[in-house]
Design a protein around this ligand. Sequence first.
Ligand code: GAR
Length: 207
Amino acid sequence: MLRVVVCVSGGGTNLQAILDAVDAGKITNTEIVGVICNNAGAKALDRAKNHNIPGILISPKDYADREAFHTAFLDRMNELKPDLIVLAGFLVKIPDAMTAAYSGRIINIHPSLIPSFCGVGFYGLKVHEAALARGVKYTGATVHFVNDGMDEGPIIAQQPVAVMQGDTAKELQQRVMEQAEWILLPQAIDDIANNRIEIVDGHVVRK
Ligand code: GAR
């Protein structure tokens, strides 16, 4: 069984999609062993509780400095002994020590077609606002492995989503979640749990 820890910051709809996919047998050989959240009020913590999954709150605000937070974050993560860390709307930069310790074992969902609208400052609704401001006709979502860069690791899967005339950022965000994120992320976890993909020369390939 692949031991998975999901990191979240807010609503946790991607977390919910993962939990539902495990329940429905769409993700197999997988156990969600913990949910780590940096935000006390996050609905994601309720979703974990409803599934009897330990929810762990750890916020940079509760530590004297970033280094102390990073140490505590890595310690809590190690206690859960994950085989895979899933960033599902986790808006805290992963410490370099964690990407080194879990190299090739951290994945992230990003709400655009990387390399568009990604990197520092592009998160949540801001991504969709930028896509609308640019006037793109298609956006989408990307699941990728996490390295020390921001949204730069090897791409696992992408799904395009059409932008409709008159879309608000919230409408576009909802469509990207429904048509791309909630499908791609569970599929990627299932692919990893069942050993279907690997990284060769910095690119993800199917075995
Ligand atoms: C999702 O759209 C996710 O792709 C995005 O935050 C949202 C979280 O929603 N992540 C990023 O922007 C990361 N750069 P959720 O909490 O309902 O899953």
